[in-house]
Write a protein that binds this ligand. Structure first.
Ligand code: FE2
Length: 261
């Protein structure tokens, strides 16, 4: 289960009714979960998340601009995109209780790349039959490392983590690479997880175009072992595609693979 809200404006308005029909994922209704205090807490914490993301993006911009050298004029500043995009969202995810009948090796959410520019996460919550507990060994976000080993993310209260998505991978000409990740929950009877994430996407009209030609985009992704949506994302991308067209195609692909819809 997940809910999806825009903490700044709650709803991104479609320019026309036909845009609303054509791009249901981009302009879908946002929901606040019915959890006491959630809305207030999200609105309180979001400006902090946004400030940190702007600070990071300024440094990413400087590095990319320097690396691109003569091609830098075609680069779209990440800081500017984050400042002007209506597409910042907060999402609360809940991963249901595991049962001993579940396939122990199967991740709760398989390896994938996020499609946004930046994804941000905070410390997870874990529950044993609804009672809060410490993060169990091997539970939570897992990253694919270059040597194919798995890195298990552990965050403390007050930590803010960011990773790069496919949009910024392309928009930075692969100078900053998207990072594959999955969610694991050990097969412990009654174990569940709740997490809070924030996503910074480009505006619907942003052209997803690298500032210099990229040879073989798929292989520029660093870790492809077991990552199905890599092909969903990149297979649907074409040069000069608007974010909203790409977003719709990716979400349809995700739903097919993960939720059989
Ligand atoms: Fe993700």
């Amino acid at each position: 289960m997940h809910t999806h809200v825009n903490p700044i404006i709650d709803q991104v308005a479609a320019p026309t009714p036909s845009d609303f029909e054509q791009y249901p994922e981009t302009y879908r209704r946002h929901y606040w979960p019915k959890v006491e205090g959630y809305r207030e807490a999200t609105k309180d914490v979001f400006p902090v998340i946004e400030q940190v993301s702007l600070l990071i993006s300024k440094h990413l911009d400087m590095h990319v601009t320097k690396t691109l050298a003569k091609d830098a004029s075609a680069y779209q500043s990440l800081e500017e995109m984050i400042k002007t995009s209506q597409m910042a969202t907060a999402r609360s995810f809940y991963y249901r209780e595991r049962t001993l009948q579940d396939d122990a090796k199967k991740p709760s959410f398989n390896f994938h790349y996020d499609r946004m520019n930046l994804s941000c996460c905070l410390k997870d919550f874990y529950y044993q039959r609804g009672v809060e507990m410490e993060q169990p060994e091997g539970a939570g976000l897992v990253y694919n490392m270059k040597d194919r080993s798995h890195y298990n993310l552990r965050m403390d209260e007050g930590d803010i983590g960011f990773h790069i998505g496919m949009s910024y991978h392309i928009l930075s000409a692969g100078i900053f690479k998207a990072h594959a990740h999955a969610v694991y929950l050990p097969n412990r009877d009654g174990l569940s997880r709740a997490s809070q994430a924030f996503f910074f996407s480009p505006s619907p009209q942003t052209l997803i175009m690298p500032p210099r030609p990229m040879q073989d985009l798929a292989s520029s992704m660093p870790e492809d072992e077991g990552v199905v949506p890599k092909h969903i994302g990149l297979g649907n991308w074409a040069p000069n595609m608007r974010y909203t067209d790409w977003n719709e195609a990716i979400v349809r692909g995700f739903k097919k693979v993960f939720f059989n819809e």
